[in-house]
Every structure is written in structure tokens, then in C-alpha cells.
Design a protein around this ligand. Sequence first.
Ligand code: 5AD
Ligand code: SF4
Length: 446
Amino acid sequence: MAEAKKLYIKTYGCQMNVYDSERMAEAMGGAGYVETDSPDDADMILLNTCHIREKAAEKVYSELGRLRSLKDGNPDLKIGVAGCVAQAEGEEIMRRQPLVDLVVGPQSYHRLPQMEARTRSGEKALDTDFPLDDKFESLKSRGPKARRGPTAFLTVQEGCDKFCAFCVVPYTRGAEASRPAARILDEARELVDRGVREITLLGQNVNAYHGTGPDGADWSLARLIHALDGIDGLARIRFTTSHPNDMSDDLIEAHGTCEKLMPYLHLPVQSGSDRILKRMNRKHTAESYLRLIERIRAARPDILMSGDFIVGFPEETEADFQATLDLIEEVKYGYAFSFKYSTRPGTPAAEREQLAEDVKSDRLQRLQARITHHQRAAQDSMVGRRVGVLFEKPGRFDGQMVGKSDYLHAVHVDDCALSPGDLAEVEITASGPNSLAGRLTGTAAR
Ligand code: 5AD
Ligand code: SF4
């Protein structure tokens, strides 16, 4: 048998890219490739790129520049660019960087094996279509069904119809599309058979999910979650990322009634100022967002909220920024991501007058100080509590295991006889800089 060729994938950006990279590796597995974790001995290198914020494309070009010496040393090496930069820049990538053999957008990577074959015969291959065929269906049941770690991502929805004025996603990932529920349930069962105990449902606007159910009806995300809840061996369900306007009543209710749905919700608001929210085309107000969180907390009082913030959006005044700080004080996020606004070509806000860089930097620093404060407080408040922990891997010390709590905090337990995939109840004894420490209570978590 011919020796397997080696594929090295470097993934940038969001969790969906992580999921896509796994699928690309599986697809290429069917074409005789095995994954390697070093680019040096690879026969093919794929950069799975992100376009969400500035300098993304520049980062890709400089990474490609660094790969030149590898290609010089191995003329058979094929280099590909996948993901959202591939979608946005297309042929421009090959023009600017002739060492690229292949460019594939996020909606066409199921065609990678054929594209790779074309590059082997000396051609260049480019595919940035939005085909009508279901790429996940074409990818199904290829590659070996290897054992998996305890956690996995599962894409249920892609694309976005919201068109926030700062965001490239509706252009790079296209219009909202939901996968049929039966296919998602099949994939979830297969993941569980392979050792997975926690599934994070992914979508650019995941709570807008409305896929066809096995009964032919239109299923909401809540309905899908309830169906996943019935899978034996699956212990935890999470989902990300959501838009406030798509938090439907049944999804809020699911947080109170579905035991496997974890008490953690990522619900970006971006700004606390109604004036800026309007200019961002977010289609909600700070007040409506706060009332929504009240309702979610009524359904699940211990839920840990997480969010995204953009500072320095065009026309943001100090008063607007203060409104964002006020909202943070009210919500007290357990976790949050914050970014300086960066212009994205082709989006409406890119044409507007921009704020000075030092103003953005100053606001980001102040915002992050408040977020860090609340994050710390949320983590520290776990001390003395009993929480479920899904253990993922051994820790740094002999006998130590690390995992994630129901609230997504990293937790380590010393001197335990646990294995990856074990779920246990842990009493939290200390809160460190980046993780919690605890001891087993002797009660099985689930
Ligand atoms: N500039 C800064 N941050 C952005 N995000 C999306 N587009 C931009 C941009 N142009 C942030 C938002 C979004 C997260 C994934 O990235 O906060 O929720
Ligand atoms: Fe981008 Fe999210 Fe807005 Fe969609 S809802 S345009 S993905 S920020």
C-alpha cells in the first residue's frame, strides 16, 4: 500500500473553523491523507482562515510568505487557502501569492479531494461557490471513525441574514441555512458512539436555527435541543453564537427545563448605547437586551452570561461608551470578548468616518478592566459550590485531571483516579488566575 500523504491544517478564528478543519481532514482522509501537526513534513498545507477583523488577510499573506522555503525544499508540496479570507479574496490570493495551488471557500470544501487531484496534475484549483448541494451530506461517512475526545462541535446552521453594519459574515458565509434535524441527530449519535459526552451546536446565528424535522415540521433550536436531550450517553449540550432577537420563548424555557443544556449563554450585545446599536443595525435596544436577560435568568437563575463588545464604532462618543460600561455593570458577565472596531471592506460602516486609534485603545483598556473584574468575581463565587465537571485530560501534575465545569470554567482536581470523559461532582476549593481547583465529592455528576 502506498504510504499515506500528510496534511497539515492551520486554523484561525472561530469554533466553526475548527469544525470545518476537522471535516476537511476527514474528507482528505478519504483521499489518502493523514493529519500531521507539523508543516515541515507535510505534502499539503491548508490555512483555514478568518476574515472577521482587520489584518486577517495580511496575516495570511505573511504566513504564506513563511511557507515559501518549505515549497522550495519540496516542489510536490501543495498549499491551499480555505475559509473566509479565501471566500472574500478569491483569485486575488493566487495573483498575489503564486505559491498557492488551491483556494476553497467555506461552502465548497467538500470538493477538496477533487481539487487536490487537479493540483497534482499541475493545475491551480479555485472554488468559492455557494453550491446548493449539502456539503455535510457529501462529507458523510468518509474517513476512519476514530475515537474522539469528550467534547465536540457540531454545525447546525450557517450564515447570517442580520447584516450588522460592521460584520463580514453575511458576505463570507452567505445567507442563513439550517441543516435538517435528522442529519444533526445522526451525527450527534455517531459522536456519542465515538466517545463524545458534550456537544456544542454551532452556527453564526445558531438560535435562528429552523431546520426540517424528521416529522416534516419546521424545528426550532429548542426543539432540536430537546431531541438531543434524549440521546443516551450525551451528557451536555451547549450552543453558540446567538443574536438577542432570535432568543425565542421556547429556547428561553429550554434553559429551565432541559437538564443537559448547560447554564452558560453567549449572547453578544456589542454596545450599550441605543444610538450606536441603531447605527450598527443591531435591531434591538440596550433595554430590550436587559429585559431579555431578566427572562433568561428567571428560567435559569444560575446561568452564566457571556458577550461580545465592539468599542470605537464610528460616531461612538464618551457617553455612548459609558452606556456600554453601565450595561456591563448591570449584566455582570462571567465571560466576555471585546474588540476595537476594525473596518471591513464591503461592509456599510467601513465607509463612515473612523475614530482615532488612541481613543479606541483607551476605551478597550477601560472596558476590559471592568470585564476582568466581573469575570474574576464570577469565578471566585464558585468557591464552596458543588458543580459538575467533565474531565478532558490529565493535568500538569501526576494524578491531576482537568476539565470544564457546567459554567465552562477550567477546573483541576488532584490525586484522582479519573479518565477523560468522566463526569463527576466537584466541590470547588480555590480560585486561581485561570482556573478553579476542587475535590471530588464522591457523587456521580450524572
Ligand atoms: N470589528 C471589530 N469586531 C468585530 N466583530 C465582528 N466584526 C467586527 C469588526 N468589524 C466582533 C463582534 C462579533 C465577534 C465575533 O467579532 O463582537 O460578535
Ligand atoms: Fe455578524 Fe453576528 Fe451581526 Fe450576523 S448577527 S451580521 S454574524 S455580528
